[in-house]
Design a protein around this ligand. Structure first.
Ligand code: GRF
Length: 209
């Protein structure tokens, strides 16, 4: 049976695009069954709809509290019967109950070398800290923000004169490589979590330098 992927976005959706394209081009045993956004203005929605994908919006502004938003989001996600939920630039903090519902089958990408710099403004904070290398992390989602078993990381150098923009562009190019790869491993059943750590069944390198 094919794995059913629901992708959650808040903005332009370039990671979503990369996953949809790799899934189709590489013939994964999976299909992206829906793209769900928490903002009606999320740019990625138009791309997904033009590609014939089901789209939905659960506008967080329409809900009084996080629990009500989370409940409606879960209802919409579950209506697509996913086996995997992929957070791709989804900028809402999710409650512990929501996260537990998808435990072991929800991935996120974060533009830092976790556990360094969880949260916002990662590239600016890395520049201010004088980091010589930065990167991105794909991880299973746990109730703690930007935390959870690490599936794959990319590492890129910080160059003289880098700004938040140049650094985020360099990291984003690697996100488009590591996120599809990590999702491919998941849908092919090549990932397992042992003692809080991810094991890749084929022993493939889980770092992109
Ligand atoms: C990415 O840098 C991702 O790591 C972060 O938000 C950005 C989303 O970009 N969480 P996009 O919407 O996938 O283009």
């Amino acid at each position: 049976m094919k794995q059913r992927i629901v992708i959650l976005i808040s903005g332009r959706g370039s990671n979503m695009e990369a996953i949809v394209q790799h899934c189709a081009e590489e013939g994964w045993p999976a299909e992206v069954v829906a793209v769900v956004a928490n903002k009606p203005t999320a740019g990625g929605l138009a791309w997904a709809a033009a590609r014939g994908l089901a789209t939905a919006v659960v506008d967080h502004k329409a809900f009084q509290d996080r629990a009500a938003f989370d409940a409606e989001l879960a209802r919409v996600i579950d209506s697509f019967e996913p086996t995997l939920v992929v957070l791709a630039g989804f900028m809402r903090i999710l409650g512990a109950d929501f996260v537990r519902r998808y435990e072991g089958r929800m991935l996120n990408i974060h533009p830092s070398l976790l556990p360094a710099f969880p949260g916002l403004h990662t590239h600016q904070r890395a520049l201010e800290a004088g980091c010589k290398a930065v990167g991105a992390t794909v991880h299973f989602v746990t109730p703690e923000l930007d935390h959870g078993p690490i599936v794959m990381q990319s590492v890129v150098p910080v160059m003289a004169g880098d700004t938040e923009d140049t650094l985020s562009a360099r990291v984003l190019r690697t996100e488009h490589v590591i996120y599809p790869l990590a999702v491919r491993w998941f849908v092919k059943g090549q990932l397992r979590v042992e003692g809080g750590l991810v094991v890749q069944a084929d022993g493939a390198s889980q770092v992109l330098m």
